[in-house]
Design a protein around this ligand. Structure first.
Ligand code: NAI
Length: 220
């Protein structure tokens, strides 16, 4: 049986992705601040030991993310440090460590959760920076790991109905909601379906790709 590790799996998109992978028959380890695999991803130095404890991972979903709904003038050092750690450094460290076993087995799939914030200006500047970073490290790791039989892809969701969006700056959400085709927020399960496909069914030649799940909120 394949094992998946999903970060930020207690709610929102991560929980839906974990449920989708479990329904597909995988053993799913749900990492979050509390719960099954309780871990605070701001502890970058502890990630290698965590992975050692967990064992082999066949599918890694780097979903955990935070957003600070504040403008750059109001950003505190603590907020900046936290968002860079959770959104950027932790997923990079997880891929670095977990991919070693994948390389040995010549198999593994990694899906990173980016955002349309990677492509657009954002009212939370550091959120946009970290999500652009997710697209960047997806491409870099696909290049390093693709020759070893590992697929590294990302999804870039638009506005999805989760607690994170509830806390986002209303002017940004209003702007996005003017553009979506369905006239509603996306559902976590809809993003989870894209994650499940990339994690299990996408053919081997799909690597280093970013699948936009935006409902027209941003089209590139
Ligand atoms: P959410 O806030 O509902 O869930 C995020 C989960 O990550 C929570 O369960 C939280 O406890 C966990 N988490 C946060 N910090 C953590 C830490 N230090 N250690 C361990 N776990 C931690 O958010 P949502 O909306 O489900 O977001 C999931 C991903 O999707 C994030 O990367 C977010 O940036 C991205 N995204 C969300 C969009 C939306 O509109 N909701 C749009 C585009 C991307």
């Amino acid at each position: 049986m394949k094992t998946a590790l999903v970060t930020g799996a207690a709610r929102g998109i991560g929980r839906a992705a974990a449920d989708a992978l479990a329904s597909a028959g995988l053993r799913v380890l749900r990492l979050d601040l509390n719960g099954e695999v309780a871990y605070d991803l701001t502890d970058i130095a502890g990630i290698a030991a965590l992975v050692e404890r967990i064992g082999d991972i066949d599918v890694l979903v780097n979903n955990a993310g935070v957003q600070n709904a504040v403008s750059i003038d109001k950003y505190t050092d603590a907020q900046r440090e936290r968002i860079i750690k959770v959104n950027l450094e932790a997923p990079v460290e997880l891929i670095r460590v977990i991919s070693k076993g994948m390389v040995k087995r010549r198999s593994g799939r990694i899906v990173n959760v980016a955002s349309i914030a990677a492509y657009t200006p954002h009212t939370d500047l550091w959120y946009g920076v970290t999500k652009a970073g997710v697209v960047s490290f997806t491409r870099s790791f696909a290049t390093y790991l693709g020759p070893h039989g590992i697929q590294v892809n990302a999804v870039a969701p638009g506005p999805i109905d989760t607690p994170l969006l509830d806390k986002a700056q209303p002017e940004r959400v209003d702007e996005l909601m003017k553009r979506v085709f369905t006239r509603r927020k996306g559902r976590p399960e809809e993003v989870a379906e894209a994650i499940r496909w990339l994690a299990l069914d996408a053919p081997p030649i799909i690597n280093g790709a970013v699948l936009d799940v935006t409902d027209g909120s941003f089209i590139r």
